[in-house]
Every structure is written in structure tokens, then in C-alpha cells.
Ligand binder design. Structure first.
Ligand code: BGP
Length: 460
């Protein structure tokens, strides 16, 4: 076989509680910011489809886990919903949620599927947001209590924990570019949210290690390699700043326990540094992860700015660079993102050469497709484009591993087509097609391909 992967390679897919569970206001769960925002502004959501309309994992988990097994997953990631487990954010547990998560995890284990459990996937409980969300250090404490509760309840069964999925997304969406609640546009507040998120991460890591449960804890970051338009110093400098802002702002604290000096200086120079407290540096250092999840979808193409910044305009990352469309780049024709497979290899190489080759795995990679039903033949979606997408990315992962990268697995986004934030069901990503009305699941051609690849531990 041409592309044979190391023994015990993790083959699986990723999902999250808010995108799959449904029952968003039942089973004792309280509202998250998504329930709240949807109720107030349904028009911000594609076809006005909100977080209640999902594949109903809260109900169908047993069948879905059987399907995972059928597709030869040896690992699967989902998340716990904070608002379901502790509806008031702090304090009393919801017994229905404890039962649900316990049974779900036990069923995965019984089917030979190792659960990877994430604690926060953009789903801030509304009660916590009403107290200021990540801007409030009390919420950081509350999150750490919630995390510790999860370790206490499920840590005997779960050996792979993640504190956050893509923590930069709520920062960008909620505080910079207005695509998540609370729809603030303010760099300083965004920087505070980013900083507090990493403190929350580190506190959770500390609590996990204190329990000595024998497993590992990590974080999942969406890394977008920044490629400069040219070797010209101005373009290079622009790409470097984009990298600092969008990658290293989370990668460095997660893997080195500190922020890049250059980023700190840049923000200090512009009066944008968040407020620090004594002890923060030690805390960040304690947050160095055991395992890094890498979500990779697309690169970032950067050039220097064409025009001078108006110093009276609000401070934004784009003060330092412009995005540019590289001529001849390969686009996903069904979703509008660039596809650049070598980016996944460049990430692995960067981690190996500059970050001590950490234990890592590809925790999300995937191809969203609009109106995917048009590719159905005899009842099955013939998604050869997705097979090509996965295969080509895996070839680069394989090369990275051959050169020594410590990449332990590959998880596809996602298992069953799911609800996705403001996009709702616009982009379908699953190995399994979901009929939202009937809730029927149908395995796509890519699901069958992946099942074969997982069972053979590679492909030719
Ligand atoms: C990632 C998120 C996922 C999922 C995916 C697809 O950034 O971790 O939760 O939403 O992107 O996104 P979309 O449906 O917007 O194309």
C-alpha cells in the first residue's frame, strides 16, 4: 500500500454538542448564546434555521455510535455542553445531562471507539455571557469549575480531553468581525477575551493534572498558515504579523506557555494589551498541552497594505496587511474556500521545526458543499470531490509523518451533516447525509471510502 499510516493511527471524525445534540432547551439544558441570538435575530441565520434543528444526537446517539462503528472509526470527538451539564453555569448539576454523557461515553467505549471530549465549542451559556462572558475573570473561574466537574464525572472513562475548539473564533466572530454574538467590534475587548480564554484553558489543564487520571489534555486550534504574496520585505512583514495575530496568539501559549514577544510589543505600542494580573505568567506556563488538535481548512494569503492606515480608524489586525487572491489558486467550487493541501504539511513541519515536535493530530479538515443533494445517484451522494479532498490532504500528512512529525491521527469534519452556526445547513460536510425533515441518515460514497481506509490503515 502506497500510503500506509503508523500503527494505532486515529481514524475518526469530529462534531460538537451544539451542532448535533438538538433539544437545545429541553432535558434540563439552559440557553446558550446561540439559542438567545437566534431567538432575537433569526435573519442572521441561513434560511432562519437555528440551533434546535440538528441531527438530534441527544436522542439518536446510540444509532449514531453504531454508524461510527460501521464506518470503522476508532476515535470520535464531540463536546460536552456546559449549559446542559450545569444549567446555571455554576453550581448544581443537571442529572439528566450526567446520565446522557455517561451513557454516550460508555457506548462509544463498548463499541471500541475512543472518545475525544472537548469542553467548549463556541457555546457560552447565556447566564455566563450575561455576566460578561470571557471579558469577566469570574467566568474564567466558572469555566474551570465546570471543566473540573467533567474530569471528576467522566475522567475515569475519558483519556483525551480538550479545553477549547478554535478559541480564536469567538474572539473574531464575537468581538472583531461581527459574525457571532455578542456582535461587538473592538480590538481591545477582543484581546481581553482571547487572553482570558487562554487563562481559562490553563486553569483547566492545571485542574486536570491535579486529578492524576492518567489521560492527556490538549487544545484544538484552527491554524491558517500565512503565505506572503512575494519575498519582498513588506509582504513578508505583513504575513508575519497575520501569523502572529491569527496563529501564534494561541499556538505559542498552548505550546510554549507564553505569548510571542513581538505580539506583546506590537499590542503594547498601540495601547491594546489586555490587563494582566500577578501570577498570570505562571498560570499560562502551566497550560502547556500534552496534545495539540489541528483544524485545517484553508491558508491565508497576505500582502502588504495598498494604502496607508487612517490612524483615526479603530485599531484592527488589517492595519498591518491586506488579504489577496493568489492567481491560479484552487478553490472549493461548492463553498468558496481555497483548497491548498500542502498547507497541512507546512503546519506539521512548522510544529516539528519550531515547537519541539509536539504530539498532535489533525482534529478537523473538511469540505463544505452547498446543495449537495444534486450529487445523489440511486439514493447515495457520490461525493468523489470529498474523497479526493481527504486523500490529497492525507498524502501530505503522510509525508509529514515520514519526515518525523508526531502526527497521531486524522479526524474529518464531520460525521453526519450538521447544523453550523450562522451557516446552518448551507454547507454539508458529513460522511453521512442527513435528511433534516425525516432525520434519516444515509452513508455517502466518501463514508464508505473512509471506512475502507481506516480498516486498512491507509490507501493506495
Ligand atoms: C470549524 C468549526 C466547526 C464547523 C466548521 C465548518 O471552524 O470548528 O464547528 O462549523 O468550521 O464551518 P461552516 O459550516 O461555517 O462552513
Amino acid at each position: 500500500m502506497q500510503y500506509q499510516f503508523p500503527d494505532n493511527f486515529w481514524w475518526g471524525s469530529a462534531s460538537s454538542a451544539p451542532q448535533t445534540e438538538g433539544h437545545s432547551l429541553s432535558g434540563g439544558k439552559s440557553a446558550t448564546i446561540w439559542d438567545h441570538w437566534f431567538a432575537r435575530q433569526p435573519s442572521r441565520f441561513h434560511q432562519q434555521v437555528g440551533p434546535a434543528e440538528t441531527s438530534g444526537f441527544y436522542q439518536h446517539w446510540r444509532d449514531d455510535i453504531a454508524l461510527l462503528k460501521q464506518l470503522n472509526h476508532n476515535t470520535f470527538r464531540t463536546s460536552i455542553s456546559w449549559a446542559r451539564l450545569i444549567p446555571q453555569g455554576r453550581g448544581e448539576l443537571n442529572p439528566q445531562a450526567v446520565d446522557f454523557y455517561q451513557q454516550m461515553i460508555d457506548e462509544m467505549l463498548a463499541q471500541g471507539i475512543t472518545p475525544f471530549i472537548n469542553l467548549f465549542h463556541f457555546d457560552m451559556p447565556l447566564v455566563m455571557q450575561q455576566q460578561g462572558g470571557w471579558e469577566n475573570r469570574e467566568v474564567v473561574e466558572a469555566y474551570a469549575e465546570y471543566a473540573d466537574k467533567c474530569f471528576q464525572l467522566f475522567g475515569d472513562r475519558v483519556q483525551h480531553w480538550f479545553t477549547f475548539n478554535e478559541p480564536i473564533v469567538p474572539v473574531e466572530g464575537g468581538y472583531l468581525y461581527d459574525f457571532h454574538y455578542p456582535n461587538v467590534v473592538d480590538f481591545k475587548r477582543a484581546a481581553t477575551v482571547a487572553y482570558h480564554t487562554m487563562l481559562a484553558h490553563a486553569l483547566a489543564v492545571k485542574k486536570y493534572r491535579r486529578r492524576q487520571q492518567g489521560g492527556e489534555i490538549g487544545i484544538i486550534l484552527n491554524l491558517t498558515p500565512s503565505y506572503a504574496r512575494s519575498g519582498n520585505p513588506a509582504d513578508q512583514q505583513a504575513a508575519n504579523i497575520a501569523d502572529l495575530m491569527f496563529n501564534r496568539s494561541f499556538l505559542d501559549p498552548a505550546l510554549r506557555g507564553e505569548y510571542p514577544q513581538q505580539l506583546v510589543e506590537l499590542l503594547a505600542q498601540h495601547g491594546q494589551l489586555p490587563e494582566c494580573q500577578p501570577g498570570d505568567s505562571e498560570l499560562l506556563e502551566a497550560g502547556i498541552v500534552d496534545l495539540l488538535g489541528i483544524n485545517y481548512y484553508q491558508p491565508r494569503r497576505i500582502k502588504c497594505r495598498d494604502s496607508l492606515v487612517n490612524p483615526d480608524s479603530p485599531f484592527m489586525p488589517e492595519w498591518f496587511f491586506d488579504h489577496y487572491e493568489m492567481p491560479g489558486r484552487k478553490m472549493n467550487p461548492y463553498r468558496g474556500w481555497e483548497i491548498y493541501e500542502p498547507g497541512i504539511y507546512d503546519i506539521l513541519t512548522n510544529l516539528r521545526q519550531n515547537y519541539g515536535n509536539p504530539r498532535c493530530f489533525i482534529s478537523e479538515n473538511g469540505m463544505g458543499v452547498e446543495n449537495e443533494g444534486r450529487f445523489a445517484q440511486a439514493g447515495q451522494i457520490q461525493d468523489d470531490y470529498r474523497i479526493d479532498f481527504v486523500r490529497e490532504h492525507l498524502q501530505w500528512v503522510h509525508r509529514g509523518i515520514a519526515e518525523g512529525s508526531n502526527c497521531l491521527g486524522y479526524h474529518m469534519w464531520t460525521f453526519i451533516d450538521n447544523w453550523s452556526w450562522c451557516n446552518a445547513y448551507k454547507n454539508r460536510y458529513g460522511f453521512v447525509q442527513l435528511d433534516l425533515q425525516t432525520q434519516q441518515r444515509s452513508v455517502k460514497k466518501s463514508g464508505e471510502w473512509f471506512a475502507r481506509t481506516a480498516s486498512e490503515n491507509g490507501f493506495s
